[in-house]
Design a protein around this ligand. Structure first.
Ligand code: GZL
Ligand code: ZN
Length: 330
């Protein structure tokens, strides 16, 4: 698919065809300037997703597929089920197929340099969404996603205030996928705020792989070993929800005996927050689809785009969750 070679010409042709064929630009997506979105109609975009480990990931996949339909692109979607080797194989297949743009959310931060070099050599632009890689930034056009360090700082800032009057806080951490940008950076952000606060004692820190079941199993182990846990810092809602199941099975009250702070703000997490079983959630928006195809439109039209596109997001206490729930999109 050498869409990108004659992008300008083709885009112009589509625009004329689009207007004469349907008499209006009714099939252009609402809200976007017709020129940029029509410019991408018919483009072949390869997207290599991390997997289906959490509610966040499902919402992210839904957002990408919905936006692909809206922009009229031919989306080739693969899921690596958490396996970096599978994800790299998908990207290599996209290169062989000669897609117009490759986009992916890296399972972990390292190990993509070679395949990114191959995409560059093939003249196929790459866009990163959701998670970053520790590779040469000239190998991809942009990274669209949250600032995970800031998310960790927001969670720790809440904890600092919440436990201001406590002399000691025994905490456990349910880490995200080992080596992934969100797991690395959410720890960094937390430590930026509380790393020197000696009253916060981390009794244990272990990965629950961002899954509900993983969070439950790891929390069961923590509860068996430590009778005096005051706080759980879970790198995503799904592991926090698993921790709630383990805490209740141990006869303790989540949100009261053991406070919980998580990151994502997916519906199930927000419902637990509104019910008082989680104490605070920092939002991490999965709705990256429109930003992805907007960036791809610009890339294919030969326009410059920012190297970093940060998604804006909020944070919620129990009252704010109750108020926000009716309007939540995911
Ligand atoms: C964050 C994303 C993380 C979510 C998890 O952008 O990469 O992966 O926080 C998901 O829920 O599994
Ligand atoms: Zn990093």
């Amino acid at each position: 698919m050498k869409f990108r070679k004659s992008a300008a010409l083709l885009a112009a042709a589509f625009t004329v065809a689009g207007l004469t064929a349907c008499g209006s630009d009714s099939d252009a997506p609402s809200g976007d300037s017709a020129s940029s979105s029509t410019g991408i109609k018919g483009a072949v975009i390869g997207f290599a997703q991390v997997g289906s480990e959490s509610g966040w990931r499902s919402a992210n996949t839904d957002s990408i597929k919905a936006a692909a339909a809206k922009y009229g692109v031919d989306l080739k979607f693969t899921s690596a089920e958490g396996d970096q080797t599978k994800q790299i194989a998908s990207i290599k297949t996209f290169i062989t197929q000669g897609v117009d743009v490759i986009a992916f959310s890296p399972v972990v931060e390292t190990g993509y340099d070679a395949v990114l070099q191959e995409a560059k050599a093939a003249g196929i632009p790459v866009i990163l969404t959701d998670r970053a890689v520790d590779a040469d930034p000239s190998l991809y056009k942009t990274f669209i996603g949250s600032d995970f360090i800031k998310e960790g700082e927001k969670a720790a800032t809440w904890a600092k205030t919440e436990f201001a009057n406590d002399a000691a806080v025994n905490m456990v951490v349910l880490e995200g996928t080992t080596g992934s940008a969100p797991a690395n950076d959410r720890k960094t952000g937390w430590d930026n705020v509380l790393g020197k606060e000696t009253k916060f004692k981390t009794l244990a820190s272990q990965t629950g792989e961002f899954t509900r079941d993983g969070g439950k199993k790891v929390m069961e182990g923590f509860l068996a070993k430590y009778p005096n846990i005051n706080l759980v810092y879970a790198h995503n809602d799904d592991m926090g929800l698993g921790a709630i199941e383990a805490i209740e099975a141990a006869g303790k009250v989540p949100g009261k005996d053991i406070k919980i702070v998580t990151i994502d703000a997916v519906k199930a997490g927000m419902e637990a927050l509104a019910a008082g079983k989680i104490n605070y959630i920092v939002e991490c928006s999965p709705l990256l689809g429109d930003q992805l195809f907007d960036a791809a439109s610009s890339v294919l039209a030969g326009k410059d785009i920012p190297a970093r596109i940060i998604t804006e997001e909020g944070e919620f206490n129990q009252a704010q969750a109750k108020a926000a729930l009716p309007d939540r999109k995911y």
